[in-house]
Ligand binder design. Structure first.
Ligand code: HEM
Length: 337
């Protein structure tokens, strides 16, 4: 009785499978071609050339299974295994090299007037929380993201396939979940800082003198508002890059929910290229916020900066803060310790 039931279950399944296979294989390919042993290959090739993919019909719910060959998939694999590691390697190592050269030639950018002892509030607690949430998330995303590109080539030979496999599983989970903190952080920074990052009349001059970065005598300090032009470029790179990463990332977090196979591959191209370029940009940002410029880190660390630092790097912003203080708006200054 049981065997009979099993038979009733298996027979239609096998029949459906054979039918599906029959539909998948092109008609010409099913003929036995005794006289022309290459006929099958020729037909598939013709089909590929005409339709750009080999597709049939299936009866199972997953309609994607009907696509047997999709040549763009091979292009994507070629990009992932070939061009992408080169783009990433050149962007990241190139940036590290440029920064090392800059450091050895220009040295650390000092506050020319020295410390005044008067502190001004530059970033409040919410701004700092948003910044450090985004920064922590981005660093995790960068490390786990680079594992997708370079892990198999660089890390696996060092730690062996088993450890690499365990690490990669965790790296993938971290990448998927931490992405939400990054998206939220970028959104909060956008709302908090967009106004201060709009172009203003100081930008052209700032760019003309390279922000004073290349003046070894440290006398060139072009006027700037709350954010100078270099920082505005970083801000827009983070916002626009962050949006591109978020949208393409959501496409990948929910595979095939919003796109077909071609759309999925496009999302991966965008995500991978924007990701590696943004890592290079952020390396430059981290450099200037720590080693590259005296007094900069404090702004995001404690939230306050020395008045002389602010005057040298953000003179217009300081004037506005002081004008507000004179007009009775509570000042953003903090008593010296
Ligand atoms: C360890 C990593 C990081 C450090 C040490 C750092 C440091 C800083 C500092 C000191 C500032 C304030 C500069 C000022 O007072 O004018 C700042 C601002 C900012 N940071 Fe970061 N940051 C880091 C990572 C990140 C990451 C990963 C992102 C985004 C993905 C980011 C986005 C921003 C933006 C948009 C600003 C405002 C514009 C600007 O100053 O360039 N930061 N950061």
């Amino acid at each position: 009785m049981q065997v009979w039931n099993l038979g009733r279950l298996i027979a239609p399944t096998v029949a459906a499978f054979i039918l599906a296979l029959g539909l998948l294989v092109p008609a010409g390919a099913q003929e036995t071609s005794g006289s022309n042993p290459t006929a099958q290959a020729v037909n598939e090739q013709q089909l590929l050339e005409e339709l750009n993919k080999i597709q049939g019909r299936v009866t199972i719910p997953d309609g994607k299974a009907a696509t047997l060959q999709q040549p763009q998939g091979r292009d994507y694999r070629g990009f992932h295994e070939g061009a992408l590691p080169w783009i990433g390697g050149i962007a990241i190592l190139g940036m590290l090299l440029v920064l090392a050269l800059f450091y050895f030639i220009r040295g650390r950018i000092r506050t020319r007037a020295g410390e005044s002892g008067i502190k001004i509030l530059r970033f409040n607690a919410i701004e700092r929380l948003a910044h450090w949430t985004t920064a922590t998330a981005f660093i995790i995303l960068a490390i786990t993201g680079l594992n997708f590109v370079f892990g198999k080539r660089l890390l696996m030979p060092l730690i062996g396939p088993e450890a690499f496999s365990t690490w990669s599983v965790w790296a993938k989970y971290a990448h998927d979940f931490v992405s939400w903190a990054f998206m939220l952080g970028v959104l909060v920074m956008l709302v908090a800082w967009v106004w201060d990052n709009l172009p203003d009349r100081y930008d052209v001059n700032w760019l003309k003198v390279g922000g004073g970065f290349f003046d070894k005598s440290n006398r060139t300090h072009p006027p700037a508002g709350r954010f100078n032009t270099g920082q505005k470029l970083i801000f827009w790179a983070v916002v626009l890059g962050g949006i591109a990463l978020s949208v393409s990332g959501i496409f990948m977090l929910f595979p095939f929910a919003f796109a077909d196979i071609n759309g999925m591959q496009t999302a991966q191209y965008i995500h991978a290229i924007v990701g590696v370029l943004m890592i290079a940009v952020i390396i430059a940002h981290i450099y200037i916020g720590t080693l590259g410029m005296e007094g900069a880190y404090e702004a995001m660390g404690s939230g306050t900066v020395d008045l002389n630092w602010a005057k040298e790097h953000h003179s217009v912003w300081v004037e506005k803060q002081q004008a507000k203080a004179n007009a009775g708006v509570p000042p953003r200054t903090v008593p010296a310790e």
